[in-house]
Write a protein of this length. Structure first.
Length: 560
């Protein structure tokens, strides 16, 4: 984005959307390196690509467009040659009889705008779009993945049985699969062998969706290709295999891929996890925390020592939340060290250590060594056992800020879980600053969102009456809810992306007394609510009223 660094700094300072100390620290790096402030803020995940784009569009005085959420017809896009779109970072996304609408990364490029005007002889409406969004949208020039698969299989039907000529089509199939998954915002690719075919499924926004079926006869070559990419033995078919590789999405970004292969009844089952930046949301403001909860979180991570715990089941976004806190704390005058299994994302300026059981580098062993490395902040990927819990608590009590995760159902049950790990109650009360319990729910697609009022009596059949009564609109005797009808943007699902629902429990004096007294989880929860804690169910209801998610999503993720 071609814009003055000083102007961006001033705008962000005036808006107050980024902690001033962190903004100043980033601006110091700009002065030292001469780099773009926006790129530094994005690299540190202090602001999202979309929010930065909106800010800069406002500074330019042009409308902002999010192409990722815009349905673009291939024939409309093709009115401007792909080569020109890529070289000028512009994209034609709408045309009618009177005007053409063009997204540009640099809407001040008058020469290019005049060129488009001359080409079409119409009024050109210019929008600002981020570079990443334009590059991602340029995929629309390509054929749909299903078309590519069909063409490859049709052309290669005779050779694909095992001759050397079959290698190139298999490479193209796997590459197309990876790009299609990336375009679909899939977090995981599942390849499942059946008796007569090979089933492909993508996990999108936390839900598995059927995507593609390919002939059984190419199964072996696809699995072999993935093994080669992940540096795994191609002649091993009876053991579980784990590997990783790096895949380059053309002209967009490099994606880390984790591979797990298991022998199943009808062949080898493959799951590939895509660790891509288009799936990341490390900016605190993008996680879905309310202003009240953000205030509680800031108070906790601003303390020089103590422990912050994120809890929830697998896939609830715990690590993402911890990374968001760590990104904010990542300054050049502090030493941040982590022990993780696995290290999902490399963060510049943070010393990250990978657990390795083969060399006895466990969470506990790694944490013992980290404490001797003069850290200010420590991230423990997960507290799994008594030894790790004990070392983490001691580190939190001896002048370190410790971030970690636990598997518990809600914030209150985290306390009994720590006590089960034989941590003394007074140590838990003294060391824990804050507990964040969370789940991830799918967000309603804003392109096809519609609303309706549901009567309180109907809602009470699915949700606790006391919860419904808190949010019911007395005038309409119900709650205005929203849902997505399904459109091209959300691939007819009605959902696009995910957002967290949270339960933030600061350890107050009243809670410390309850912990020391070994109170049970229900008593601790009652005290926390009296102290101002909003439950996950209530946070979910707020997001339902605000049109962010649906009742069905809340019921799917939270026991009410």
């Amino acid at each position: 984005m071609i814009v003055n660094n000083d102007s961006v700094y001033k705008q962000l300072s005036d808006l107050g959307v980024i902690d001033q100390a962190l903004l100043d620290d980033a601006f110091e790096e700009v002065k030292e390196t001469g780099d773009d402030l926006g790129k530094i803020l994005l690299a540190r995940d202090l602001i999202s690509d979309e929010n930065l784009g909106m800010l800069i569009a406002d500074m330019w005085g042009v409308p902002f467009v999010r192409l990722e959420r815009t349905a673009i017809k291939r024939e409309t896009l093709s009115l401007i040659p792909e080569l020109m779109s890529r070289s000028k970072l512009l994209l034609l996304f709408y045309e009618d009889d009177k005007e053409v609408h063009v997204a540009m990364n640099n809407p001040t490029d008058i020469a290019t705008i005049e060129l488009v005007k001359k080409r079409f002889g119409k009024k050109v409406v210019v929008y600002s779009a981020t570079e990443r969004d334009i590059r991602f949208a340029l995929f629309a020039y390509r054929k749909e993945a299903i078309e590519v698969f069909e063409e490859i299989i049709e052309k290669s039907a005779s050779e694909i049985k095992g001759s050397p000529e079959a290698e190139a089509p298999i490479i193209k199939i796997v590459d197309t699969l990876m790009i299609y998954a990336y375009q679909s915002r899939a977090s995981d690719i599942h390849i499942e062998p059946f008796e007569e075919f090979l089933q492909f499924r993508f996990r999108i926004d936390g839900v598995l969706q059927d995507v593609l079926i390919l002939p059984k006869k190419i199964e072996g070559q696809i699995i072999t290709r993935i093994k080669i990419m992940a540096s795994l033995p191609t002649d091993e078919h009876a053991s579980a295999l784990d590997g990783k590789f790096n895949f380059m999405v053309p002209e967009v970004e490099s994606v880390d891929v984790r591979v797990s292969i298991l022998p199943a009844t009808n062949g080898e089952r493959v799951v590939m996890r895509l660790l891509a930046s288009n799936m990341r949301q490390f900016a605190l403001l993008d996680l879905g925390l309310s202003e009240e909860n953000i205030s509680k979180v800031r108070s906790a991570y601003s303390k020089p020592y103590g422990m912050i715990l994120s809890t929830g089941p697998t896939g609830s976004g715990k690590t993402t939340t911890m990374y968001a806190f760590m990104k904010i704390l990542n300054k050049r005058n502090v030493n941040i060290m982590t022990i993780e299994d696995p290290v999902e994302y490399q963060i510049r300026g943070v010393n990250q250590i990978q657990v390795n059981t083969k060399t006895n580098l466990t969470f506990a062993a790694g944490l013992k060594s980290i404490v001797r490395q003069d850290p200010n902040i420590i991230l423990v990927g997960e507290i799994r056992d008594e030894e790790t819990a004990e070392i983490a608590v001691n580190a939190a009590l001896t002048g370190h800020l410790v971030l970690s995760t636990l598997h518990t159902n809600d914030a209150a049950t985290t306390i009994p879980r720590l006590l089960e790990m034989k941590i003394e109650p007074f140590l838990v009360a003294s060391s824990v600053n804050l507990i964040v319990a969370q789940r991830l729910v799918r967000k309603i697609c804003t392109s096809c969102r519609v609303s309706e009022v549901i009567a309180a009596e109907e809602l009470a059949k699915e949700l606790p009456k006391e919860l419904v009564d808190k949010f019911v609109d007395k005038e309409v005797k119900g709650i205005r809810t929203y849902h997505g009808q399904g459109c091209d943007i959300c691939k007819k699902t009605g959902y696009l992306g995910r957002v967290g629902i949270y339960e933030i429990m600061p350890i107050t004096e009243a809670l410390k007394d309850a912990i020391v007294a070994k109170s049970d989880a229900s008593t601790i929860k009652e005290i926390a609510i009296k102290e101002g804690m909003v439950t996950m169910a209530e946070d979910g209801m707020m997001k339902i009223k605000n049109g962010m998610t649906t009742i069905q999503e809340l019921l799917r993720e939270v026991k009410t």
